[in-house]
Design a protein around this ligand. Structure first.
Ligand code: ZN
Ligand code: ZN
Length: 341
């Protein structure tokens, strides 16, 4: 089969791999959509090739969605022909967190498709059957790909913030995870103020229904949010940028008793706990990917609410054209990009 490898230094290697076969408890999936993710961009595509990584020799792509074409011994929950997305972390299956569906927190034997196990930037991939989540109609394979990482990641944060129609919600960082959070937050009824430093992403947020979308290079978002909320601040905020400025803005946009989620990864951040958190009685959570069941719940939520991630997809490429997709994504000026082998 055709597949891609990313050895670092922004290089793309197109390669032929032997056709994979499912072992016991596994399934073979024909990939229909494979999302590009920011963590893959920073951790794999851009990395220094001299730094050894668990990815060496493996196929990247941790947002796989497609059709089951073959099942291994003992598989009963899915069958050939089923449309699925793949929760991209396989765990030991036995620890407390695996048994809860939180394989992301397995510390015993965790393998992540697209990192240290073969992922979705290929014509086919093998996954554990337990990791497959049925993709209901009318959701598309691209919807499935985004649920498999970015959409699910946003969903956990919003659920733990208990976001509702009573909330004004400030989003800092409008990459694919932040844009997905915007779509989900609107469907939950929240009033959304969306902030980024890239105009293309601010424009996309406006098109996706942000009540106010602003470019932090042109205006002071905290001043605008203070004005919009008559000085109260918002009820909830989240940072998807991973920057110190974004994290601080999420804290500072909230009013007293506000709830804040930090989702974007990396970077050191300095905060002043007393004025920024304690005196405002804030609840601040860290949120990393989501539980297996939450991706299933998100798919059902999207069907009931009639929403899709399709409007935030700015580009689609075939596997042969993935070089161009990664190059564009690397500019930081796109919406979601999906590879459709
Ligand atoms: Zn990801
Ligand atoms: Zn485990």
């Amino acid at each position: 089969m055709r597949a891609v490898m990313l050895p670092g230094d922004r290089k793309v290697v197109h390669a032929e791999f032997p056709d994979p076969r499912p072992g016991p408890g596994q399934v073979l999936i024909q990939i229909k959509a494979s999302g590009l993710c920011g963590s893959e961009l920073h951790g794999i595509y851009q990395r220094d090739p001299s730094a050894s990584t668990c990815l060496d020799g493996k196929i990247p792509g941790h947002e796989p969605s497609g059709v089951v074409v073959e099942i291994g011994d003992g598989v009963t929950a899915v069958k050939p022909g089923d449309r699925v997305l793949v929760y991209h972390i396989a765990g030991c299956g036995d620890c407390k967190f695996c048994r809860m569906g939180w394989m992301i927190n397995c510390t015993t034997n965790k393998r992540s498709y697209g990192w240290d196990a073969n992922g979705g930037h290929a014509e086919y991939m093998v996954a554990e059957a337990v990791n497959c989540i049925h993709l209901p109609e009318p959701l598309t394979f691209a919807d499935g790909a985004h649920i498999a990482c970015g959409g699910g990641t946003a969903y956990q944060a919003l659920c733990r913030l208990q976001l509702s129609g009573r909330d004004r919600f400030a989003i800092f960082g409008l990459g694919p995870v932040g844009l997905g959070a915007l779509i989900e937050a609107k469907a939950m009824g929240a009033t959304v103020y969306a902030v980024d430093l890239v105009q293309e992403r601010v424009d996309l947020a406006s098109e996706l229904g942000a009540d106010v979308a602003m470019n932090g290079s042109d205006v002071d978002p905290l001043k605008v949010i203070a004005d919009l909320s008559h000085g109260e601040g918002v009820e909830a905020a989240a940072d998807f940028s991973g920057s110190g400025a974004g994290r601080n803005s999420a804290l500072d946009a909230c009013g007293v008793f506000g709830r804040v989620a930090w989702v974007g990864e990396g970077n050191l951040t300095t905060v002043e706990p007393s004025p920024q958190i304690l005196h405002k009685q804030l609840t601040v959570i860290g949120s990393w990917v989501c539980g297996l069941w939450q991706m299933e719940e998100l798919a059902g939520f999207m069907v009931r609410k009639g929403i899709s991630f399709e409007p935030m997809i700015s580009h689609r490429f075939s596997l042969d054209e993935i070089d161009e997709g990664l190059r564009l994504f690397d500019t930081g000026r796109t919406g979601k990009i999906v590879i459709e082998p």
